[in-house]
Design a protein around this ligand. Sequence first.
Ligand code: IMP
Length: 192
Amino acid sequence: MKHSFVFATNNRHKLDEVRTIAGKQIEICSLRDIDCLTDIPETGATLEDNALQKAHYVYDQYHCNCFADDTGLEVEALGGAPGVYSARYAGDAHNSEANVQKLLCALKNVENRRARFRTVFALIIGGKEHLFEGSISGNIIRSRRGMNGFGYDPIFIPDGYDKTFAELGEEVKNKISHRAVAAQKLFRFLGQ
Ligand code: IMP
């Protein structure tokens, strides 16, 4: 039987990534698909808190199996910032251009470019919570490169590559990224 889940997001990039990783056996609906037009609050102090907050919102209001993710970019030289505040780094507007610009400015004279993306998925199935984590380390470059992906992708080069996520494109990103690692753990769990 085909499983059906709500992924508590309307981010088209995240949906495409996770649908590709899930394959054909799992149907994934977005918030728009269930007519949830609310901007679900993310007021937690950690990625785990925020992912659970979003998943619980959907589970409690719509009574369906669902999962949510929260992602942060943790920059070593900034003590792990922007981390859980990655979406609002340059203000409340959730403006990726401004976020990237602010990060490049903060690292302008900084030699240590080490960073990692970390994603946490919160799954609620049959009323029970499960958490899955994925991360990938790499370096922040000094100016944007590449047209694919979203968010901080144009300035992040994963270890073992010489191109940014935005240059590598979805096929590579969907194999190695923070979200891919966490999503694979989630779908493996569901397949058990
Ligand atoms: P959220 O998980 O949607 O709250 O994302 C937090 C911030 O990280 C947002 O600014 C996103 O654009 C950014 N972000 C999330 N996932 C990725 C990714 O896979 N690549 C680059 N940026 C990302």
